[in-house]
Ligand binder design. Structure first.
Ligand code: G1P
Length: 295
């Protein structure tokens, strides 16, 4: 069991090429594509900060500097907006990160997989449990509770790692990491012990239809496992494989937390479009416009 259950650090991998969204992502990082007028990455960073994260670590690569710029000061833009009296717009670009939150970036030189990307932050995580948020997936809560915040609360109480999961149809299991919870039933916003994890299994070998969503609360030990683990699916260092090793050595220490959100894979055109429509439906100003357009 982990002693210090406070999570202050979150790793956000942003080194992906965004191939599914090309040509849009040829010169623009996929994380900066907008849902309405806010970039995807800002939703994810806000999700982390609103849950109490104090240090955000981007795992990035060459050509992705615009992500860091987005969270930095843009003096020229602020000066012009100020001078023109555009107060509302100025507010939307200033101080995106509260003063007590730090953002740093680490370069992943070789694209060796998600597990490798996360392990690039090992020296910063420094023996603490930590969170991982994958920015391709945007969560829109169905009720008032937010999955990530509830996962953190649960971890603080139990010290058990939390992995967000969602049911998918059987034919989609080979696109995701899948967890085995021995057919126990879980209610949304609660969790159940994980017995096994498999990265992108074939339908007939899948232990369940509960797929991993890109939100994790993990013990530091995962970093040591990632340093040693061999390449798995697609020749990459897989986070799912490291979690499976961890669970074998530490039974009942990782739990699947069932999502209560709508989840959008914004790395795909369909998911990106759906996210934009779903967020517009929640926005009072956009609702009317959307109705006219679609009906
Ligand atoms: C990664 C993980 C996978 C997880 C998915 C969620 O896969 O390896 O286990 O289900 O994220 O988005 P990727 O989408 O990077 O191939």
């Amino acid at each position: 069991m982990i002693k210090n259950n406070r999570i202050s650090k979150a790793v956000i991998p942003v080194a992906g090429l965004g191939t599914r969204m090309l040509p849009a992502t040829k010169a623009i990082p996929k994380e900066l594509l907008p849902i309405l007028n806010k970039p995807i990455i800002q939703y994810v960073v806000e999700e982390a900060i609103s849950a109490g994260i104090k240090e955000i670590i981007f795992i990035t690569r060459s050509g992705k500097g615009a992500i860091e710029n987005h969270f930095d000061i843009n003096y020229e833009l602020e000066y012009i907006l100020e001078k023109k009296g555009k107060k509302r717009i100025l507010k939307s670009v200033k101080n995106l990160i509260p003063k007590n939150v730090k953002i740093s970036s680490i370069r992943q030189e070789n694209a060796l997989g998600l597990g490798h990307a996360i392990n690039c932050a090992k020296h910063i995580i420094n023996n603490e449990p930590f969170a991982v948020l994958l920015p391709d997936e945007i969560l829109l809560e169905r009720n008032s509770s937010k999955d990530f915040l509830e996962m953190l609360k649960l971890f603080e109480k139990s010290g058990k790692g939390q992995i967000l999961v969602k049911k998918v149809s059987k034919k989609l299991v080979s696109n995701y990491g899948i967890v085995d919870i021995k057919k126990k039933s879980i209610k949304p916003l609660s969790s159940s012990s994980i017995y096994k994890l498999v990265e992108k299994p074939k339908i007939n070998l899948s232990p369940s239809n509960l797929r991993i969503v890109g939100r994790y609360i993990l013990p530091y030990e995962i970093m040591s496992i990632l340093s040693k683990i061999k390449e798995g699916k697609d020749g990459e260092i897989q986070l799912t494989d490291a979690l499976d090793v961890f669970i074998n050595n530490n039974p009942a220490s990782l739990e699947a937390f069932l999502s209560d959100s709508d989840i959008f894979d914004c790395g795909s055109v369909e998911g990106f479009l759906s996210a934009n429509i779903a967020f517009a439906k929640r926005d009072i100003k956009m609702q009317k416009y959307l109705k006219k357009l679609i009906c």
